[in-house]
Write a new protein. Structure first.
Lengths: 150, 563
């Protein structure tokens, strides 16, 4: 590497050094504008009131989803733990874009099948519930087709 | 200016006493890095500070660490770099550690040793000259010249078993071939491994990388890489061919269909294409890397993409003080201080779904993975997911997908002018470096302040096939017609490429690093090193329920180095 090439480059770079630092500050500024963003939050719980262990997932339709069947986006939220033992509860935190109003949420769940020694999380599901910022709802699952929300 | 001059003149006169004072006043310091899961043997990345840690090829140290979460650790490490003079060019690198930490459950045979565990680090044999370099064994591999983060291959997660061949083709082009097998960390030296991979479920993954670096000028490097990540640990003959293009190889797969059970797994493959660059010399440089995960013919043919792009990017730079002191000509003492000062900056970002897998491929781009086949009817829990996606477990970017980070560091080391840039050591760099004068420093003193801000987004599930969020029922009902047009196999995603649309966690890390030689006996140097690490982690940031944890960690080590 020839030093003369390096010297010339460095000399010309010195002139642009302020530009570099200004660019750095602007870049950090742009990044920090993200700090102004706020998110909505809701918490949903699930209680296993049936007599068998249960697996579940959350089905979350937020503001990214369209309404038509081909535009629908259903986000699958992993369970906090699996399986959920009899009589116990879990919580899921849902976060979506601030200022977007309400979103929809349902649980899909299934109970332990001793004959096949397996689970199917898509055996049953609740209806979609509308959630708004700050909501805390608990789904109490009493059986495969009986639940209530409070 | 006069005051500054007087200060530094005074400093130089009493520098030895100051160093002694520092070592007494500041408790001493470590080189091992653990993440929030107390993984061992991660490779610390502290910018220029840590590169060629002590400028001496062999070292050993005794380390102690604790944090405000109750973590304590006693650790010993020895690294040897042996180059027999009778075999010019050949060398052997070996690294071994023992550790005892109450945050790590040893189990198995290590119960008998009082929870003290043994680990390997790098362990390889190599041959090098200015035109070619070959390494075989467990080695730290990186995919670009970045300081903190790389997207395809990152050394943070520890050594990978590989054959690496770097070859100078001309002064304008060099070639880098990596054939590697991916296994968990060089971890427990114990039969416990059988509990990680049960019999009958034993399988591994391989990552083959071909890379060509082009240099229109010696100080400009543009690298293009073509890599394939596939199921099985084998030297797949189609993928080993350095002249093949993996996309074409996979397209030919139907013609080269393997016999069932032969284990070549040409079909269960994941393509990644990379572009990276570095520009700079004499104390400044800028660099970057771009990764396209699962490049698909639909993109090449400019057809409507059926899935979102899975991409990541890194951009960074470094400036060193001697770039300026050569022209500013400050007083001698001030020059000594200023020329050894450095600052670096780096930004890395990955989109949602990078490093996740297709539904036909039962593996993830991580070291320790979810070992069972994914069962959509009994999906993975968040707890299991957190284990797979822990920081540093990814083979690429340490934070995984849908994440970003900013790093800034300011530091000083007295041998800065002779400290190479942290880089992947491509052969053309080795070639040009061979013309430079070598000078070894007698004493070493290093100090660095480093700050990182990182963010982790939503839907970072790399275990579930990434289409499941559009067709979550697909695995259970392959006949699902989600767009309702009566045709069941034309469903496409209406997701778009996303970067951190929603942030679920963010963190700030600030650390202070310090090292100093203390005294020397013949070829052995005794030094001391310490690190103060402050980590603020905010869960569900900018929501009504956000909460922040703070952890302070202190590390200290006594170090012996020798040539």
């Amino acid at each position: 590497m020839g030093d003369s090439v390096g010297d010339n480059m460095v000399l010309s770079m010195k002139k642009n050094l302020n530009l570099f630092f200004i660019g750095l500050v602007v870049f950090i500024g742009i990044c920090s504008t993200g700090c102004a963003v706020r998110y909505n939050h809701a918490r949903v719980g699930i209680v296993n009131n049936y007599d068998k262990n249960m697996v579940y997932v959350g089905l979350f339709i937020d503001e990214q989803s369209g309404d038509a069947s081909g535009d629908m986006i259903v986000k699958v939220v992993p369970p906090a733990r699996r399986p959920l033992p009899v009589g116990e509860r879990d919580y899921l935190d849902l976060v979506w874009g601030g200022g977007y109003g309400s979103v929809k949420f349902a649980f899909s769940f299934g109970f332990y099948d001793a004959s096949e020694d397996s689970y199917n999380v898509y055996d049953c599901s609740t209806d979609y519930l509308e959630l708004e910022e700050g909501d805390e709802k608990v789904f109490r699952i009493d059986s495969t087709d009986d639940y209530f929300v409070n | 200016m006069m005051l500054v001059y007087l200060f530094f003149r005074n400093f130089m006169k009493k520098s030895f006493l100051l160093i002694i004072l520092f070592t007494l006043a500041l408790p001493i310091f470590g080189i091992i890095d653990t993440n929030d899961y107390y993984d061992i043997n991660l490779i610390e990345k502290n910018g220029t500070f840590n590169f060629e840690s002590y400028k001496r090829s062999n070292h050993s140290y005794l380390f102690g660490g604790f944090d405000t979460n109750g973590y304590t650790e006693i650790l010993g490490r020895m690294r040897l770099n042996i180059g027999p003079p009778e075999l010019i060019g050949f060398y052997l690198v070996s690294e071994i550690l023992f550790s005892n930490s109450d945050k790590r459950d040893a189990g198995g045979e290590f119960e008998k040793t009082g929870n003290t565990m043994l680990f390997y680090g790098e362990a390889y044999i190599g041959f090098k000259n200015k035109w070619t370099s070959v390494k075989f064994g467990f080695q730290n591999l990186i995919s670009s010249d970045a300081i903190y983060h790389r997207l395809l291959l990152d050394d943070y997660s520890g050594p990978i078993f590989a054959l690496r061949w770097s070859q100078l083709l001309s002064r304008y082009v060099d070639m880098d071939l990596i054939y590697s097998f991916i296994r968990p960390h060089q971890g427990e030296w114990s039969p416990n491994l059988t509990t990680l991979y049960k019999k009958g479920e034993l399988y591994g993954k391989s990552l083959f990388v071909k890379k060509f670096n082009f240099r229109p000028l010696p100080w400009i490097r543009i690298g293009l890489s073509d890599s394939v990540y596939f199921l099985g640990e084998n030297f797949n003959i189609w993928f080993m061919n350095p002249f093949s293009i993996y996309f074409i190889t996979l397209s030919l797969n139907k013609f080269y269909d393997e016999k069932f059970g032969s284990g070549l797994n040409t079909g269960a493959s994941d393509l990644k294409i990379g572009l990276d660059f570095q520009i700079g010399f004499n104390g400044w440089r800028v660099y970057g890397e771009l990764l396209v995960d699962d490049s698909d013919a639909f993109f090449l043919m400019f057809k409507y993409p059926i899935f979102p792009n899975r991409i990541g990017a890194v951009l960074g730079g470094e400036i060193r003080g001697y770039l300026f002191t050569r022209y500013l000509k400050p007083p001698k003492a001030a020059e000594f201080f200023l020329k050894n000062l450095y600052i670096n900056f780096e930004y890395a970002i990955t989109s949602k779904y990078v490093y996740s897998r297709d539904h036909v491929c039962n593996y993830e781009y991580v070291r320790e993975e979810y070992q069972k086949a994914y069962d959509p009817r009994n999906p993975i829990s968040q707890t299991e997911l957190d284990r797979v996606q822990r920081v540093g477990n990814f083979i690429g970017y340490m934070y995984g997908n849908n994440a970003d980070s900013i790093d800034i560091a300011v530091g000083w080391r007295n041998d800065l002018e002779r400290t190479k840039d942290y880089g992947a050591e491509y052969q053309t760099d080795v070639y040009y470096d061979s013309f430079k004068k070598k000078k070894f420093v007698d004493r070493l003193f290093k100090f660095q302040l480093h700050y990182r801000h990182y963010r982790l987004g939503d839907e970072r599930n790399i275990v579930a096939p990434y289409y499941m969020n559009e067709h979550y029922y697909y695995d259970v009902d392959p006949d699902l017609d989600s767009d309702g047009d009566g045709v069941k196999d034309n469903d496409t995603s209406n997701r778009e490429t996303e970067f951190l649309r929603v942030v679920l966690e963010e963190g700030n890390i600030f650390d202070i690093n310090f090292y100093s030689d203390i005294f020397r006996i013949t070829r052995f140097v005794v030094g001391i090193e310490t690190k103060f690490n402050f980590h603020w982690r905010t869960r569900l940031p900018r929501t009504s329920v956000e909460s922040t944890d703070f952890v302070f960690r202190w590390e200290i080590a006594s170090v012996i180095t020798w040539f």
